[in-house]
Write a protein that binds this ligand. Structure first.
Ligand code: NAG
Ligand code: NAG
Length: 236
């Protein structure tokens, strides 16, 4: 956590987040400063790998592969249909190259998918470097109770997710009145169950930093992420 690049971003209000779904990437990083040159083998391998993953991923929602020294991984959110997954990957593949045209490593996240590539094998390792948080600027009226509910829901989801083949779980919890809390946790499937649990526990430990008393929040990383909101955001 101390070594993590931990950018705190206040992105949108809940309303904006809802209307922006599917439009813009949530965030992107260069994961290395190394560059490739135009028309190099690296570029052509990256292009081949991107189209390979585009073909391979949507049916299961997860894909990884390497061509020569280019390693790539795609994860679609656990509730996406193959069509949604494919559409998101098309956006991600094009957008990351537009924003990071010559970078040998980058990660881009959308609501429904993430795409990561690097010139070194990163499979099976928890990515602590590429991680960020965002939150809904609106404050809840009873932060202490709310924070406990958020932590309780997400902790329960972690216990479930890491035992599942998809390393993914969603759920909801009642709040005071008619309010409800909705949560989602997910890991990339190159991680072992134990690594997934570890990754998510570390993400959840950032709750007091990112999301104290906030109506919604996310910690999103190269290996795992969580999100909670006071409105439903998962397809059922
Ligand atoms: C890679 O390219 C960027 C943008 O052109 C440049 O700022 C950076 O210094 C380059 N990195 C290296 C290691 O040369
Ligand atoms: C929420 O609380 C923080 C800290 O007290 C404050 O800076 C911020 O303006 C509040 N947000 C809204 C939308 O009122």
């Amino acid at each position: 956590m101390s070594s993590a690049r931990f950018a705190l971003l206040s992105l949108f209000s809940a309303l904006l987040l809802r209307t922006a779904l599917g439009a813009d990437p949530v965030f992107q990083f260069c994961s290395t400063s190394r560059n490739f040159t135009v028309n190099s083998p690296y570029e052509s391998n990256l292009n081949k790998l991107t189209s390979f993953l585009y073909t391979k991923t949507p049916s299961s929602g997860f894909g990884l592969g390497s061509i020569s020294h280019v390693y790539g991984l795609v994860l679609c959110r656990g509730d996406t249909s193959p069509l949604e997954c494919k559409a998101c990957m098309a956006d991600a593949g094009a957008e990351i190259r537009r924003r990071r045209p010559l970078n040998k490593g980058a990660v881009i996240w959308y609501d429904k998918c993430m795409f990561k590539y690097l010139d070194a094998n990163f499979f099976g390792q928890i990515d602590n470097a590429n991680r960020f948080a965002s939150f809904n600027v609106n404050n809840v009226s009873n932060p202490a109770v709310f924070n406990r509910a958020v932590k309780g829901l997400l902790t329960g989801l972690v216990e479930e997710a890491y035992t599942m083949p998809k390393l993914y779980a969603t759920g909801e919890a009642g709040l005071a009145g008619k309010m409800k809390l909705y949560g989602l946790v997910q890991c990339t499937r190159d991680l072992s169950a134990t690594q997934c649990k570890q990754c998510l526990e570390s993400a959840i430990s950032a709750l007091p930093i990112c999301c104290d008393g906030k109506e919604g929040g996310r910690v999103i990383g190269g290996s795992c992420s969580f999100r909670y909101e006071i409105y439903p955001f998962v397809n059922v």
